[in-house]
Design a protein around this ligand. Structure first.
Ligand code: CNA
Length: 266
């Protein structure tokens, strides 16, 4: 929902000062930011969870036990969704965050998205908390396979199998029931804990443990800025709250054209 210009601008002026004054800004992004590129999120009213796929709930298809028992059903679903991700392009949110980093104003970008768009936009300090569709491994012998190898097989209707041992190949995406990568979690703990500013863009802040990252920053008294159409459980802790990602990212892109580059401290 686009905000009235006067209300939006007043809040955005405060945000500009927060960005300029922060020596360690961290960002958490969610599926909402990629809706501007045309990729549906999960929890919007038109999101992936709004309807079942065949007789299955999508949450069920994305559990590790379901994948192990029904890889053919998982890949039939993923054929229509994950294995078309290479056809989407980064939008103003992705490019603005890449610019924020290039100008020395971003310490770390943590994303729950698996769509590869932050890296495509040029972000380097990007931690893909739930993994990425870019990488795959054999569930039997751990051989590595990139997206470019797996996608054509899935699009042909095959369950991708290891050329070495015949094991089923799995994307390096964290399924429900799997643990997050320990290194990424400890980096998140460290960075959100000492951040002077935390921005959360396009996340319902429902999926744990990523949904708790902003709590580390807030508990230390640093400002939290949320941009999301739907309410989140952190809204009452936010210093600023915006509702529309397009409006927000356009203003951020304009602001960045005026912002001088600086050398990051970290
Ligand atoms: P989510 O739970 O679907 O929440 C997205 C939020 O974004 C919702 O609360 C929406 O209201 C909000 N939103 C959508 N469009 C806009 C907009 N234009 N302006 C403002 N707000 C908007 O997604 P989360 O990321 O919070 O949940 C984590 C899941 C989603 C992770 O496991 C992801 O892997 C998974 N996911 C990723 C992608 C992707 O990689 N692009 C797509 C769908 C789901």
């Amino acid at each position: 929902m686009v905000e009235k210009e006067a209300v939006f601008s007043k809040k955005f002026e405060i945000l500009k000062a927060l960005i300029k004054n922060s020596r360690s800004t961290v960002v958490l992004t969610g599926a909402g930011i990629s809706t501007l590129s045309g990729i549906p999120d999960f929890r919007s009213s038109s999101g992936v969870y709004a309807n079942n796929w065949k007789t299955y709930q999508v949450e069920e298809i994305l559990s590790i036990s379901f994948f192990k028992n029904n890889p053919e059903i998982f890949y039939e679903w993923a054929k229509e969704y994950w294995y078309k991700l290479d056809t989407y392009q980064p939008n103003t949110v992705h490019t603005a965050l890449a610019t924020l980093e290039q100008k020395g104003y971003l310490e770390g970008l943590f994303t729950q998205n698996i769509d590869m768009l932050h890296k495509k936009a040029g972000s380097k300090k990007c931690y893909e908390v739930h993994g990425s569709a870019e990488h795959h491994h054999c569930t039997n012998c751990n051989a590595y396979y990139p997206y470019q190898h797996v996608a054509p097989l899935v699009l042909e209707g095959q369950v991708p199998r290891c050329t070495e041992c015949g094991g089923v190949i799995k994307p390096d995406i964290v399924f429900y029931g799997e643990n997050l990568d320990g290194f990424t979690l400890s980096r998140a703990y460290e960075m959100f804990n000492h951040a002077q500013l935390c921005l959360v863009l396009g996340s319902s802040l429902v999926v744990q443990p990523a949904a708790s990252f902003p709590a580390y920053t807030v508990h230390r008294g640093a400002p939290l800025v949320i941009v999301n159409a739907q309410k989140t459980s952190f809204d009452s802790s936010a210093t600023l709250r915006f509702t529309d990602l397009q409006q927000f990212s356009s203003a951020l892109a304009d602001f960045l054209t005026t912002l001088e580059s600086r050398k990051p401290l970290v």
